[in-house]
Design a protein around this ligand. Structure first.
Ligand SMILES: NC(=O)c1ccc[n+]([C@@H]2O[C@H](COP(=O)([O-])OP(=O)(O)OC[C@H]3O[C@@H](n4cnc5c(N)ncnc54)[C@H](OP(=O)(O)O)[C@@H]3O)[C@@H](O)[C@H]2O)c1
Length: 338
């Protein structure tokens, strides 16, 4: 039997763990070309918030009563697929459960590359790819840029911050709370803004970047986006990655004095990580090299056990994570070394 988290009700105002329910389901028969995977690591990500609402977002809405899905890493324990024999470690998207039964074509066999296997849900996976291409391609950031990164303490943010430093940029990072600020300083940020401390973000950014910013990597939207427009130099490049401050609300892009976009000749580019799937090798090669050399650190916040999945997910929206938020289901194995 697989234990699977389902969406029991839509969020009503505040997001709570009570909208999810855990129930057991018999394992389906293993048809030709399918595998059964015992999950070791589950990912929770802000994009999942959009699937919970009636209208969805860039992810389609999840019907009430459906199993929740998300990124996962596990070990093949039964196989009817030649390419994925028992024992293969795979990445797939049928998470939020302990046991997944799925087509081998929906799994990616993971390389033994010297990095901890869970990193393929973080800096060597989707969030890392988002940071890498968002910064270097969508924003066309390069040496000498002054880069403002919001939610810089998260999975995407900690990668974007460090890639920018490796490429000799100046980084102003924002996050919530003194402890996270200290962690971002330790990761190399030149200046850190605590958006939860008293004072407005625009004023704090002006102080941190008196000569203005040339790049903005937006994970937050809202008042962070406003502050970035305020401090933008003429011709600044904005990579619009996500707007976590507005998830679960009817988001409207209200810009005070939109003529600032015109007069500053700002370039805004929205992007999604899958846009760059055909350039996986480029991203993976650089990120793995920086990981193994120690140039790229990967902070993680790990919750234990399947029961903890909704708590880990909900706490993403109150800053409960430094770096990638993960849930561990299996005891540490050989691929888990830090
Ligand atoms: N375009 C794409 O393809 C793509 C792919 C992946 C992710 N994304 C987006 O990238 C962003 C970061 O994702 P992630 O996976 O790295 O998540 P994350 O940053 O690890 O987790 C969420 C963080 O957001 C911050 N946050 C939550 N509510 C906030 C608010 N109201 N105002 C300011 N900060 C808030 C919290 O940090 P604090 O402690 O600092 O508040 C929290 O730790 C999200 O917007 C996500 O949707 C986009």
């Amino acid at each position: 039997m697989a234990q699977i988290w389902h969406l029991a009700a839509r969020p009503d105002g505040n997001l709570t763990t009570g909208i999810f329910a855990l129930s057991a389901q018999p394992d389906p028969a293993l048809d030709e070309s399918m595998v059964r995977v015992e999950n070791h690591w589950l990912s929770v990500d802000p994009y999942m918030r959009g699937m919970l609402d009636e209208n969805g977002s860039y992810m389609p809405a999840l019907p009430v009563g459906s199993p929740v899905h998300g990124g996962a890493i596990g070990r093949v324990v039964e196989s009817r697929a030649v390419a994925l024999p028992v024992g293969t470690m795979v990445l797939h998207n049928q998470g939020w459960r302990d046991l997944s039964t799925l087509a081998a074509t929906d799994c990616t066999a993971l390389p033994q590359d010297g990095a901890p296997i869970r990193r393929h849900l973080g800096h060597l996976g989707m969030p890392g790819k988002t940071a890498y291409f968002g910064l270097l391609v969508a924003a066309e950031a390069r040496e000498g840029d002054i880069v403002f990164i919001s939610s810089a303490g998260g999975a995407v943010g900690t990668a974007a911050l460090q890639i920018a430093k490796i490429k000799n940029m100046t980084v102003i990072a924002s996050c919530g709370g003194a402890e996270k600020c200290a962690a971002l300083k330790a990761l190399g940020a030149d200046a850190v803004i605590d958006y939860k401390s008293p004072g407005d973000i625009s004023g704090k950014l002006r102080q941190a970047a008196p000569d203005g910013i040339s790049v903005y990597f937006d994970n937050v939207g809202g008042d962070h986006f406003e502050a970035a427009i305020d401090s933008a130099r003429v011709g600044a490049r904005f990579a619009l990655c996500g707007m976590v401050s507005g998830y679960g609300e009817r988001m409207r892009l209200c810009i005070d004095d939109p003529m600032r976009l015109v007069m500053k000749r700002l370039r805004l580019r929205g992007f999604a990580a899958p846009d760059f799937n055909d350039r996986h090798a480029e991203f993976y090669g650089d990120m793995l090299r920086w990981t193994l050399s120690g140039e790229l650190k990967s902070p993680e916040t790990v919750h234990e056990g399947l029961e903890a999945v909704p708590t880990a997910f909900v706490s993403l929206f109150s800053g409960g994570n430094l770096g990638k938020m993960l849930v561990r289901l299996a005891p540490a194995g050989p691929g888990d070394a830090a």
